[in-house]
Structures are given as structure tokens and as C-alpha cells.
Design a protein around this ligand. Structure first.
Ligand code: BTN
Length: 270
């Protein structure tokens, strides 16, 4: 059963938002990130949201595909034009991850956690992923696009025939029920707006505390591929105010890692 997102509900719930002014809904497009990028280049405003029921070329990080059956996931991209230093771009990703885990818990009671830098997990299974893309001129952003895909009303690995690249879950799988995608969208965007305003006014201290509370890597023995030939091993100690992962190596030296792929190792170090 496929029920489209109730667009009027979303528009009405966000009508007083001073942030998300333009909501663009589509039935089927290649990728919300790609369309948001085209819109950004054509001058679309800060706070534009591109939402799709289906993507034919959904993309993940590292050139991976992002798969989801029609009318079952929450797939959207935020177009932002933030006036922040480029070193702070991953705070925007962390805020989306934080807003998503908060909205998921408020709406469904499912306890989701942030797996730095861009994943949301429920226990050992991936619920959602974020793809952050941006363009800069000098030291400022032309645009930042945060695209998120959340598995909602379908069961990865069970009834879809989709080939998943990793152990995956969904809100339907976790709750045993259909979950309102329009409510989830509104809850995430409202939380994002509130956190964004708080950071702009008061700095990142509070948000940093919150995303650290939700970080599933803290205390884990991990290995981070930072580039093709650079791997950092150690214990994750937290995420800093710029959204960077802090890793303490065997000598106690702290590495600050802005982006990379994380592998959680077991106690024997494998
Ligand atoms: C990842 O886990 O690698 C990130 C996945 C990001 C998927 C979302 S779905 C909406 C937006 N449009 C895309 O093409 N990708 C992102």
C-alpha cells in the first residue's frame, strides 16, 4: 500500500517557519540532491526543501547508490546558503542527524543513534544516511545541500527484493506499524530550524552536547579511513563543535577527523 506524503499537511505545519520557506514536492526525480544543486545554481533561496517520493538515481556517499521503493521512504534535500566558515560545514550535517534521531524518538519511541559522520542507526542496523555536498567561493559557501534518506514504511531485506549494501532497518520494521512520513518530515524540519537558530544565536555548545549524547561511536575501538592511504586507529572520544570526530590513539594523541569512513573494531582489534 502506497500512500503519498500529505503535502498540505506539511505546508500547513510549516507555514510559520521563518526558515523553510519553499517546499518542492515531486513524485519521481533522479535525485533530490541533484535537483537541489540545479536549483541552487539557478538562484533558489536558502531554506528550499526538495522532497521526492521516488528517486531513479538516488546517491549515497563514496559514489554508492541509495535504494528505496516508491512512496515508502523519506527522501529530501535541504538547500542552505549559510554564512559560516567552511570548516564548520559538518555542524550542519550533525544538526540534521541530531534532528532526525530526536524526531524519530518523539514520534515512534525508537531510540536511534548517530554513527558519525553521516549515518543513523538503530542498534546494529542502518536506518538513514545523509549526503552533504557543497560549493564554495573563497572562504564562503555558494550553497550547501544536505540530502537524507530514511527508511520508513518498508522492510529492507524482507519484502522488497532490494539489494542492500549493509544491514538495514526501517521505522516500520522497528515499530511493527506504518509511520506518518509527513509528520516525520515536519518534526525533523522543525527540530532543524530550532537547532540552527540556537547555534546561530548562542554558538554550538548545546548542540555539541546533544549530538555527543546521541553518538554511537563514543568509547568504541575504531578504524577511520581518512583517504585512500591514510587510516587512523584508536578510541572514539567524541565529536567536537565543528562536527569532527575525536579519536585517541594508543599513545593518547587526539586526532581530529573531519570526514572519513568508520569501521568499528572488536576488542581483539580486527
Ligand atoms: C549514505 O548513507 O551514503 C547517504 C545516503 C543519502 C541518500 C539521500 S536520499 C535523498 C538525497 N538524494 C540523494 O540522491 N541522496 C540523498
Amino acid at each position: 500500500m502506497t500512500t503519498p506524503i500529505n503535502r498540505n499537511f506539511v505546508a500547513d505545519a510549516l507555514k510559520n517557519s521563518g526558515f523553510f520557506g519553499k517546499l518542492m514536492f515531486y513524485d519521481c526525480i533522479e535525485s533530490t540532491n541533484d535537483l537541489a544543486k540545479t536549483m541552487a545554481l539557478e538562484g533558489a533561496e536558502n531554506g528550499t526543501v526538495v522532497i521526492a517520493e521516488t528517486q531513479t538515481k538516488g546517491r549515497g556517499r563514496m559514489g554508492r547508490r541509495w535504494m528505496s521503493p516508491p512512496y515508502s521512504s523519506l527522501l529530501f534535500s535541504l538547500l542552505l546558503r549559510p554564512d559560516i566558515h567552511i570548516g564548520k560545514v559538518f555542524t550542519l550535517t550533525m544538526l540534521l542527524a541530531l534532528s532526525t534521531v530526536e524526531a524519530v524518538e518523539t514520534q515512534t519511541n525508537v531510540k536511534a543513534m548517530i554513527k558519525w559522520p553521516n549515518d543513523i542507526y538503530v542498534k546494529e542496523r542502518k536506518l538513514a544516511g545523509i549526503l552533504t555536498e557543497f560549493s564554495v567561493t573563497g572562504k564562503r559557501f555558494k550553497y550547501v545541500i544536505l540530502g537524507i534518506g530514511i527508511n520508513v514504511n518498508w522492510k529492507p531485506e524482507e519484502d522488497t527484493g532490494m539489494h542492500m549494501l549493509y544491514p538495514a532497518t526501517s521505522l516500520m520494521k522497528e515499530t511493527g506499524q506504518r509511520v506518518s512520513r509527513e509528520r516525520l518530515l515536519v518534526n525533523i524540519l522543525s527540530a532543524y530550524e530550532a537547532h540552527y537558530m540556537d547555534i546561530s544565536r548562542n554558538g554550538p555548545a548545546r548542540a555539541k552536547q546533544l549530538w555527543n549524547k546521541r553518538s554511537m561511536l563514543t568509547g568504541k575501538n575504531i578504524s577511520v579511513s581518512v583517504s585512500d592511504n591514510k587510516v587512523t586507529n584508536g578510541t572514539a572520544t567524541g565529536i567536537d563543535e565543528n562536527g569532527a570526530l575525536l579519536v585517541s590513539d594508543t599513545k593518547g594523541q587526539i586526532h581530529t577527523i573531519l570526514n572519513g569512513d568508520v569501521h568499528v573494531r572488536n576488542m581483539t582489534g580486527s
